[in-house]
Design a protein around this ligand. Structure first.
Ligand code: DIG
Ligand code: MN
Ligand code: MN
Length: 393
């Protein structure tokens, strides 16, 4: 195997305990492989070349544990994390497994459930800070409905906002320097989930009291499930400096959330996503953790799980190398330069409305027929991308 693409901690790859720890159960069958303990997951990730490990509170500390038990469990876990030289960059709260959340957590119509959810998130944030987490992800797994008869969606969104505003204010009150990252998903496990895409989340964030500390955690599968582009979701988040975390995996369009090995389905989509994140085209790169929120096929044994983890990381590195080669390709550069040419600086004209810019705009000699006749050579440009991906360029 080409060792050039072997992962190392500097690559910033992370996995959640629930990813390589997934025992392979699905709605139609039970576990197929033994559960790997959290400490063995840490040892395995370190051996595989990962940078860090993430977790939901209850991935490590069973629901309802006493404070003393939590301290012991966290202490033992962090001893191994530190011995293995890993980090815990992100923590999150399980607000979806316990039946108390069956009609939502932050959007439950029952204020007692919302209060319980906020209290549970507070404790998970404290635990995350204890482990060194810098980002707290919120994935509202149960925030949605099977029937809109249940509640007015406007109430649900306002309750979601109240809970996040409360937690953000409390976080600041503790003096924690944390960032929140909201993760969207259109459906599953709920029939329809509130704030279904990263775009919905970006608008919602602007309505929060402490919007500056809140960003997004887009996931490939969650944008692809409804047939949307992950590249465009991530680019929109980057454009407003709100890409605080990212969940990398793969997905076949129009199916349940498959959480497949990164790059194993839409290869060109993964290529353009890695190009965007790495900034090989000369734009600012994403510098946060590269988190794989994915799991191995149910067919796999434990060895197959580690093949899965290696595949996620190697594919990212291979695509990063191909993206760099694509943007260094002279023919690619020529086609892009020709398409973006602006010798008369007309682009600058539209950046600032002034009487002068308006006068210049009106005086421009713009021939729509001539403009319409121009080709863009995107067929050749995309073929070049494909030939880099095929390894023949
Ligand atoms: C599902 O895509 C969610 C949960 O696995 C977790 O809360 C979050 C963080 O990766 N993704
Ligand atoms: Mn998913
Ligand atoms: Mn996710």
């Amino acid at each position: 195997m080409n060792e050039l693409y072997n992962p190392a901690p500097d690559d910033r790859f992370t996995f959640g305990l629930w990813t390589v720890g997934n025992p392979g159960a699905d709605p139609f069958g039970g576990p197929v492989r033994p559960r790997i303990s959290p400490t063995d997951i840490v040892r395995g990730l370190a051996k595989a070349g990962a940078y860090g490990v993430n977790l939901h509170d209850n991935d490590l500390v069973p629901f309802g544990s006493s404070a003393a038990d939590q301290d012991r469990i966290v202490g033992e876990f962090m001893d191994v994390v530190q011995d293995c030289g890993l980090r815990v960059p992100m923590a999150t709260t399980n607000l979806f497994s316990h039946p108390v959340f069956r009609d939502g957590a932050f959007t439950s119509s029952d204020p007692k459930v919302r209060a319980f959810a906020v209290r549970k998130a507070k404790r998970a944030i404290d635990m995350g800070v204890e482990m060194g987490a810098e980002t707290i992800v919120f994935w509202g797994g149960r925030e949605g409905v099977e029937t809109d008869a249940a509640r007015d969606c406007r109430d649900a969104i306002s309750w979601y906002r109240e809970c996040l505003d409360f937690l953000a204010a409390w976080t600041l009150d503790q003096g924690y320097s944390l960032r929140f990252a909201l993760e969207a998903k259109p459906n599953e496990p709920r029939g329809d989930m509130y704030l279904a895409t990263t775009g919905h989340m970006l608008h919602f964030i602007d309505t929060l009291d402490h919007a500056d500390m809140v960003g997004v955690n887009p996931e490939v599968a969650h944008e692809n499930m409804p047939g949307l582009s992950m590249v465009h979701a991530v680019a929109q988040a980057m454009e407003v400096n709100k890409l605080f975390h990212i969940d990398l995996n793969a997905q076949k369009i129009g199916r349940y959330d498959q959480d497949l090995r990164f790059g194993s389905e839409d290869v060109k989509g993964a290529f353009f996503l890695v190009r965007l994140l790495e900034g090989t085209c000369g734009r600012p790169a994403y510098t946060g953790p590269l988190h794989f929120d994915a799991h191995a096929y149910r067919t796999e044994d434990i060895d197959g799980v580690w093949d899965f983890a290696s595949g996620c990381m190697r594919t990212y590195k291979i695509l990063a190398a191909k993206a760099a080669a694509f943007d260094a390709d002279k023919e690619v550069q020529e086609i892009l330069a020709a398409n973006h040419a602006d010798p008369d600086r007309i682009g600058a004209l539209l950046k600032d409305y002034t009487p002068e810019s308006l006068e210049t705009l009106e005086a421009l000699d713009l021939d729509p027929e001539a403009l319409a006749a121009q080709g863009h050579r995107y067929e050749r440009l995309d073929q070049l991308a494909m030939e880099h991906l095929f390894g023949v360029r």
